[in-house]
Ligand binder design. Structure first.
Ligand SMILES: NC(=O)c1ccc[n+]([C@@H]2O[C@H](COP(=O)([O-])OP(=O)(O)OC[C@H]3O[C@@H](n4cnc5c(N)ncnc54)[C@H](OP(=O)(O)O)[C@@H]3O)[C@@H](O)[C@H]2O)c1
Length: 244
């Protein structure tokens, strides 16, 4: 898919990894619908950076845990903006819980943001895409679905289901829409994490460094541009998945 001039909607695009993905789309010439929830200042700053690259940016606020119908996120766009052909589901939460102490409320919130909203957004995206227009969805997931965290039960199960959704949607929405995923490893330390904690994570990475946002952004552009990839989930782990 040629990206220049396409319209892309990205969730959680204001800061950190989402910001890196947003700016890479802008650099590739995509007009953007930049979704945020609480981070209005960061969203405006990221939108300004993207606009400085010559693309159009609309901001959309939404609490994805309350989403029952994602249709409005794709509606009321300026008449001269092409329909959304790219959807990037990056917003997520990463709460701590275990099988033993998880609550229905906590589980539900995690599933609403990390799984239910990407599904509803993908459905609305597909319904809004004009007939015969190609589209692409990229879900941001986590390689730790393969080696589950002991400390993030609901998160790990929600991202595992997101992986299954990615493959299921790829087969259901073909041939018009491709659906892929990026399973991130140690890209950026979680907000508030100590240096010692982050070093202990990096000690498990054969390439002995974190990925950063650029690596995720490059992979996003690769998945969008390559028209023969669908149902694929690319691991970005620096080799961590090879270690016992
Ligand atoms: N950081 C890593 O190394 C790493 C590793 C593996 C996977 N990942 C995945 O990569 C993605 C981005 O990670 P990150 O570390 O940059 O995340 P982050 O800093 O925790 O940011 C999460 C984003 O999700 C949005 N969000 C959270 N709850 C929301 C809700 N109820 N409604 C709408 N938006 C909501 C936030 O929007 P607002 O700020 O506007 O509220 C924010 O933009 C996530 O899918 C994460 O699971 C990251």
């Amino acid at each position: 898919m040629e990206l220049k001039g396409k319209t892309a909607l990205i969730t959680g695009g204001a800061h950190r990894i989402g910001r890196g993905l947003t700016l890479s789309l802008a650099r590739a010439g995509c007009n953007l619908i930049l979704h945020y929830n609480h981070s209005v200042d960061a969203a405006q700053a990221t939108a300004d950076e993207a606009r400085a690259m010559g693309v159009r940016v609309l901001l959309r606020q939404a609490d994805l845990s309350r989403l029952d119908d994602a249709g409005p996120l794709f509606a009321d766009l300026p008449a001269d903006l092409p329909p959304v052909q790219i959807l990037v589901n990056s917003a997520a939460i990463f709460p701590k819980d275990t099988m033993a102490d998880m609550t229905v409320a906590g589980w539900s919130q995690t599933f609403r943001v990390n799984l239910r909203s990407p599904i509803l957004l993908t459905q609305a995206f597909y319904r809004a895409l004009p007939d015969d227009w190609p589209g692409a969805v990229v879900n941001i997931t986590d390689w730790r679905t393969e080696r589950p965290y002991l400390t993030h039960f609901s998160y790990t199960v929600s991202k595992g289901a997101l992986d299954a959704f990615t493959r299921t949607a790829a087969i259901q929405l073909a041939p018009r829409v491709r659906v892929n995923g990026i399973a991130l490893g140690a890209m950026l330390p979680p907000e508030g994490a100590s240096e010692a904690y982050w070093q202990s994570v990096l000690d498990t990475v054969p390439l002995a460094r974190s990925g950063g946002t650029e690596v995720a952004a490059d992979t996003l552009l690769y998945l969008l541009r390559n028209d023969f990839i669908t149902g694929e989930i690319i691991r970005l782990t620096g080799g961590a998945h090879l270690k016992m």
